[in-house]
Design a protein around this ligand. Structure first.
Ligand code: UDX
Length: 436
């Protein structure tokens, strides 16, 4: 099937590449010429394991192409996926101006019986708005359909999430859209009976509901970790015990520095805004956000308490992890970046390392004068007094203990509760976590 994807950010590019891998003939439109010309060479502006090889493979097989032109990109196509960004506005609401803009541009190129799927995360009612914009701008009386198809992929495992989805959600009440959706996703549906059709608004809300629920699970564990810390109980033990209950499950129960990234914080704020707008009290959503912020502040207090106040200005910290989670180069809403901005005010110097996140971190931490980016996780380790772990990359969890023993004060502050306390204590380290 011929498919056009609009927007080559995280969701758009992964969707375009995976749809071509599934056998469709995909054209991706992005208005940024620089992005398009690098994508044509298989170069991606962000880090996602496996994506570049898949792009090159599908370009070679002529199943995937990129263009800046709506005219070229929409030729002979009747299936469109809108995948542009929906960032947060200052008041927490979701900015849908890119969606509106794309709907307008696209409407001029739609032929009879076109389907426009909205894949971006959008507030309730956006699909209806897209429909209205298209209706106003479409040529002649061409029939068209708008359907919601939220995407649930996680950064760092995005290809696998797209190709092996737990569920495919389609918001539509139209039989024709149901039929075409089944054809598009046929290779993924064979494996599992996992395509779900529901009303458009239900589909829109289901995306927010899923993200907010996962974030709430994390905040619940983080809140509990305060009590566990007080009583010297390992929160990981509690998690382990809870995870055997199939009603609870084992995922998203890791207590630590809290969640970041481009989705959870944005979606929670957007949901909170909508509740406010409708004058409905939403203590749970607000508490999820508050617990997440508190967790970072609690960690910061532990980092300040490592030394006497007077000593702090002399001490040098090694910080491992800048990205909001492992296997990505994304530092958006990263707890680590927020911490570093505070830590740099009190500590003498910070030495920062991340396997992929340094280029993006440099943009966010511009202006800080007492930080140095390292080439390896152990570079200058003997100059550092203590180590702070902010992101649980594999190489940080499985570090070389002999090299880390060169830390002057042999102190490790673990922001993800992932290190082996007993082993570290035995090896002469002072180990501090949020509750391990
Ligand atoms: C999330 C959703 O998982 C995905 O379905 C949606 O489409 C987009 O938002 P993503 O933001 O890529 O994906 O990352 P995710 O793996 O969900 O992690 C989000 C944040 O939660 C990270 O900062 C991570 O460190 C944190 N987290 C996750 C925890 O603190 N504890 C956990 O147990 C799990």
């Amino acid at each position: 099937m011929k498919i056009t994807v609009i927007g080559t950010g995280y969701v758009g590019l992964v969707s375009g590449v995976c749809l071509s891998e599934m056998g469709h003939d995909v054209t991706c439109i992005d208005t940024n010429p620089k992005v398009v010309s690098s994508l044509k060479k298989g170069n991606v502006t962000f880090y996602e394991p496996g994506i570049e090889d898949l792009i090159l493979k599908n370009i070679k097989q002529q199943k995937l192409s990129f263009t800046t032109s709506y005219k070229k990109g929409t030729q002979n196509t009747k299936v469109f996926f809108i995948c542009v960004g929906t960032p947060s506005l200052k008041n927490g609401s979701c900015d849908t101006s890119f969606i509106n803009d794309v709907s307008q541009k696209l409407s001029r190129h739609l032929t009879d019986k076109s389907i426009v799927y909205v894949k971006s995360t959008v507030p309730i009612g956006t699909n209806e708005l897209v429909s209205k914009i298209i209706k106003k701008n479409i040529k002649s009386n061409n029939k068209f359909y708008v359907a919601s198809n939220p995407e649930f992929l996680k950064e760092g495992d995005a290809i696998n999430d797209f190709m092996n989805p737990d569920r495919i959600i389609i918001g539509t009440e139209d039989d024709y859209v149901i039929e075409i959706s089944k054809k598009i996703y046929k290779p993924l549906i064979i494996k599992k009976k996992n395509i779900i059709f529901l009303k458009t608004r239900s589909a829109e809300l289901s995306k927010y509901a899923s993200n907010a629920f996962l974030a709430t699970k994390i905040s619940f564990m983080n809140e509990l970790s305060m009590l566990a810390d007080e009583y010297k109980i390992s929160i990981n033990d509690v998690k382990h015990a809870m995870s055997f209950d199939t009603r609870i499950g084992k995922h998203f129960l890791n207590a630590g520095l809290g969640f970041g990234g481009s989705c959870f914080p944005k979606d929670l704020h957007s949901l909170e805004y909508v509740f406010k707008q409708k004058k409905i009290n939403s203590p749970l959503i607000s508490a999820t956000i508050e617990v997440n912020n508190n967790q970072r502040k609690r960690f910061l207090q532990k980092a300040y308490a490592l030394y006497e106040h007077k000593e702090l200005k002399k001490k040098k910290l090694l910080v491992w992890g800048l990205t909001f989670k492992p296997n990505t180069d994304d530092v958006r809403e990263s707890q680590s970046i927020k911490l570093i901005k505070n830590l740099s005010k009190k500590y003498n110097h910070l030495y920062l390392y991340d396997p992929k996140g340094i280029p993006n971190a440099k943009k966010d931490l511009k202006g800080l004068t007492n930080i140095t980016y390292l080439n390896t996780q152990y570079e200058f380790i003997s100059k550092c007094d203590a180590l702070i772990l902010c992101t649980e990359w594999n190489e940080f969890v499985n570090f070389d203990i002999e090299k880390v023993a060169k830390l002057k004060d042999r102190i490790i502050l673990d922001g993800r509760n992932v290190l082996d306390e007993a082993l570290l204590n035995k090896s002469g380290f002072r180990y501090i976590s949020l509750a391990n």
